[in-house]
Write a protein that binds this ligand. Structure first.
Ligand code: FE2
Length: 355
């Protein structure tokens, strides 16, 4: 028997493959767009220029000041550029920062978004936007935020550094893991989540060994796409709350923090969600979901201890206190002592409890 569920499909046109960037001019023509504002970070300006050259007269200009956490000041500058260039769409080339800027522009203007992802962030498949203003971060969900056309070109990910591929991939897996035990889980997204974990668990060790392996890069990008679908469709739980608290308070790098916390958050929820755990373990090819994630991180050379990211040991108590504040949904109740123990193990780099 299938349990009752609600499933809302998110409309997006996706092109996946090797060399698919070459489809971009056709995709713009198909949508009737003639004046694209190409977006990138300063570091990826050369890729933005390549894309502008590819679309030729359809490029209205380049705005290459996208930055982490989507500061509203940068968005205003991009809006000025879009207005003065009379842009009728954006083409975001890059990772979460650039996609975020395209979303922020779309939210305020309704401009159609084309996204060419170059990392495994998955943000391109979600109607979610986090923005910062005066040091405060706010997150919102709105149908206008969801990009309309996403072009996944495996070739653009071949050069993604091995360490970044590892943590970006584990950060993506976290969305699939939490989707399998989400409060609003549904059988369609669970299928995507399981296959996402399977694809990434297969690909990431291969990438660690041979970063330019085209087959592994294809699997990883496909897995990342599915993980993005999971994040866009269902709510996240303990793992994301912990990463938000710990990463935010101690200014730790995002993907690394997610990589370290994931096995421990999974272990915390294991007894409450045996079916989700069985699916995660099967997808990992492991006996145990949490231990399998910990082993995967080890195999791909990803960090496994918060102390290695520079979090002081004395901060464990503060993190534990903040993590139990503002009650939020999680399959297992949030209890102060086990949460503190979880953070302490993650800090020390120990295997997840109970595995
Ligand atoms: Fe996330």
């Amino acid at each position: 028997m299938v349990a009752a569920f609600t499933y809302e499909a998110l409309p997006a046109r996706v092109r996946f493959g090797s060399g698919t960037l070459a489809c971009l001019p056709d995709e713009l023509d198909r949508a009737g767009k003639r004046r694209a504002l190409v977006l990138s970070t300063p570091q990826q300006r050369d890729q933005a220029e390549r894309v502008a050259a590819l679309i030729g007269p359809r490029a209205a200009g380049i705005f290459s000041d996208a930055t982490m956490h989507t500061p509203v000041g940068v968005t205003r500058a991009a809006l000025d550029a879009a207005r003065s260039l009379d842009a009728d769409c954006t083409v975001a080339v890059g990772g979460g920062s650039t996609t975020g800027l395209g979303k922020a522009v779309a939210l305020r203007t309704g401009l159609m978004q084309f996204v060419v992802p170059t990392t495994y962030a998955g943000s391109e498949m979600t109607p979610i936007l986090g923005q910062t203003e005066d040091g405060r971060k706010t997150t919102q969900r709105d149908a206008a935020i969801l990009p309309e056309v996403v072009i996944y070109d495996v070739d653009l990910t071949i050069g993604l550094p091995a360490d970044l591929s590892a943590t970006s991939g584990m950060n993506a897996i976290a969305h699939a893991v939490e989707a399998l035990y989400a409060r609003d889980r549904n059988p369609i997204i669970s299928l995507m989540a399981e296959d996402a974990i399977r694809a990434l668990a297969r690909a990431l060790p291969a990438i660690a060994a041979h970063p330019a392996d085209p087959q592994a890069r294809s699997d990883a990008l496909y897995g990342a796409f599915l993980c993005g679908c999971c994040l866009g469709a269902v709510g996240m739980a303990l793992h994301h709350k912990l990463c938000h608290v710990i990463g935010g308070s101690f200014d730790l790098p995002h993907a690394q923090t997610h990589t370290i916390i994931l096995p421990h958050a999974t272990a915390y929820n294991a007894a409450a969600e045996p079916e989700a755990m069985a699916r995660i373990a099967a997808a990992l090819g492991a006996d145990d979901a949490a231990q399998g994630l910990y082993d995967l991180a080890g195999r791909i050379g990803a960090p496994r201890a918060l102390r290695d990211l520079g979090m002081p040991e004395a901060a464990i108590d503060q993190a534990a206190r903040e993590a139990v504040q503002n009650p939020y949904w999680n399959p297992r109740a949030i209890e102060p002592e086990p949460i503190r123990a979880l953070i302490a193990r993650a800090w020390a780099g120990l295997p997840p409890l109970g595995a």
